[in-house]
Design a protein. Structure first.
Length: 533
């Protein structure tokens, strides 16, 4: 018998129909994955189940949890179901947690709202956190969210969802922003909880490799409809619907890099070390510091395509800021094309040669400005530019957009189009080196494939050199000639991509490869049948 039964769920926002007759089931002790691209209706299905739809949304059909139709309940009755009968883990734990409240108090709050005495709530909170791997002797409940890593914050989010021991858990992209080893630990934790507590888990993800080997059943959604569903192994083997085959093809897609052509040194990093002061436990305590970079040496030649991978906290972001001249290292030298990059001395001519593309393009743009102004922002590095409009049009064309898009606002574009605009902004100064900082981690698989093809095409046509930073090893393998692996502020391996994947030498590299989720061979055959746009 199903724990959760969704039948003919239709959702309208205004006059627009978002979901079209969605049906799915989740049994106790079962993991059901829902996959599809952004806008396919995955999250709306989860929000409808939780009764958290936006204002103006109208849902029809049936959503039954343990025999109760949730769509017939009032908001007051739904509040009794949330937390107690069903819980939800959101994608970004930092926005789901209260930054000024201790983690133990946040977990205990869900219990206190149900009338649990304070002492009992605090004890159960500590036990729940310990069960999530946050043992009080190492991670005390008195810590705040900003004092935890991304994986630890996600464990707190799971603890909050499970504090009242619900029967159904909904996890909406719970591992998207996490590195591969942390991702594997969170998925192992969720799987263990489902099996031990006989929970039903509705796992929403756009990563098919995450689904493989973990989900009992799989539902594929496209444009508000479930286009294919069944046992995960059968869906992976048959891929009966063309859209399912397209998703598999995009998941294993590798860009065509072309011949590696490098000529002369471009970026040189020598002896880079960065220390950060730590707070003193009391005013008379000895000053302490944390070392983020431990004597980093790195070279990138003109036209070279280099990947940088490592776990969260390994020093990737600190190294990126030092290379960009946004942070003065404690020791070491960074030179670009023979000129030294300094944080205390801004050289516009030097900065023109090096640009960056960030993970979230929407957050890196001013939403009040039109695309033309956003793309043209780096041109101040060149001084007065008479052909500003022509430069913007050239940059937009190079990333596959229409020059007429320059007059639109950024909110008028999809996530993939925004990332293309971010790349256009990086290219407008005609740089020699571009740093892609997790530039595709938040994109679904087909959009990601298109962006990777774009980056590879720019490398082939313009000889662009880039440093591609990612926690997704499969992405780095398909877009880079050489891969650099970091661990605890050090480079532990630096080898050609195919050599590193074929025979990793360092234990940390092997651990990263073992933790990375992998699609079955059947998905490889789908690539031959369906191409990516």
């Amino acid at each position: 018998m199903s724990l959760l039964s969704v039948r003919d769920l239709t959702l309208k926002i205004g006059a627009t129909e978002i979901l079209h007759g969605v049906s799915l089931d989740v049994a106790a002790g079962e993991i059901v994955a829902v996959t599809g691209e952004s806008g396919s209706g995955k999250s709306m299905t989860a929000l409808a189940t939780m009764g958290l739809l936006p204002a103006g949304a109208r849902a029809s059909g049936h959503i039954r949890l343990g025999g109760t139709d949730l769509l017939t309940l009032s908001e007051r009755d739904l509040c009794q179901f949330r937390g107690q009968a069903m819980g939800m883990v959101f994608q970004e734990p930092m926005t789901a947690l209260n930054p000024v409240q201790r983690i133990g108090d946040q977990v205990a709050e869900t219990l206190r709202l149900r009338g649990t005495p304070r002492a009992e709530a605090e004890a159960r909170s500590a036990d729940t956190l310990a069960r999530m791997g946050l043992h009080p002797e190492r991670i005390p409940p008195s810590r705040y969210p900003h004092e935890l890593s991304g994986g630890q914050r996600q464990r707190v989010g799971i603890a909050m969802a499970l504090a009242l021991r619900p029967r159904l858990l909904i996890a909406d992209e719970p591992t998207t922003a996490l590195d591969v080893t942390t991702q594997a630990k969170i998925l192992d934790l969720l799987t263990r909880i489902v099996r031990e507590d006989d929970l039903g888990l509705l796992l929403i993800t756009h990563d098919l490799a995450v689904v493989h080997g973990r989900a009992d059943r799989l539902a594929v959604m496209n444009k508000g409809r479930v286009v294919e569903t069944g046992p995960t192994a059968r869906v992976f083997a048959e891929m009966a619907h063309p859209y399912t085959r397209a998703l598999f093809a995009a998941s294993r897609h590798r860009a065509t890099l072309g011949e590696r052509r490098t000529y002369g040194p471009l970026l040189e990093v020598r002896g880079l070390r960065q220390d950060y002061p730590l707070p003193r436990p009391h005013p008379f305590a000895k000053a302490r510091s944390q070392t983020a970079l431990r004597g980093i040496d790195l070279d990138i030649r003109k036209g070279e395509r280099v990947g940088l991978v490592g776990e969260s906290g390994c020093g990737k972001s600190t190294l990126t800021r030092a290379i960009l001249g946004l942070e003065a290292p404690a020791k070491g030298i960074v030179t670009l094309d023979g000129a030294r990059v300094r944080a205390d001395r801004r050289d516009p001519a030097l900065r023109r040669k090096m640009q960056v593309v960030f993970q979230d393009p929407y957050a890196s743009f001013n939403p009040r400005h039109p695309v033309a102004r956003l793309v043209a922002e780096p041109l101040h590095l060149l001084g007065p530019v008479e052909d500003r409009a022509e430069r913007v049009a050239e940059a937009l064309t190079s990333v596959g957009l229409d020059p007429a898009d320059a007059h639109k606002s950024i909110h008028a574009f999809s996530g993939g189009q925004r990332q293309r605009i971010a790349i256009a902004r990086a290219l407008v100064t005609r740089p020699e080196l571009v740093i892609f900082d997790e530039a595709v981690s938040a994109l679904d698989v087909r959009v990601r494939a298109g962006i990777l093809d774009l980056i590879a095409g720019l490398s082939r046509s313009a000889g662009l050199a880039y440093l591609f930073i990612s926690h997704d090893l499969s992405v780095v393998r398909g877009i880079c000639d050489r891969i650099v692996v970091m661990q605890e502020g050090e480079i532990v391996e630096d080898r050609p991509a195919e050599d590193l994947f074929a025979a990793p030498e360092h234990p940390h590299t092997r651990a990263l490869l073992e933790a990375a989720p992998v699609l079955p061979d059947s998905a490889g055959r789908a690539k031959e049948e369906t191409t990516c746009d």
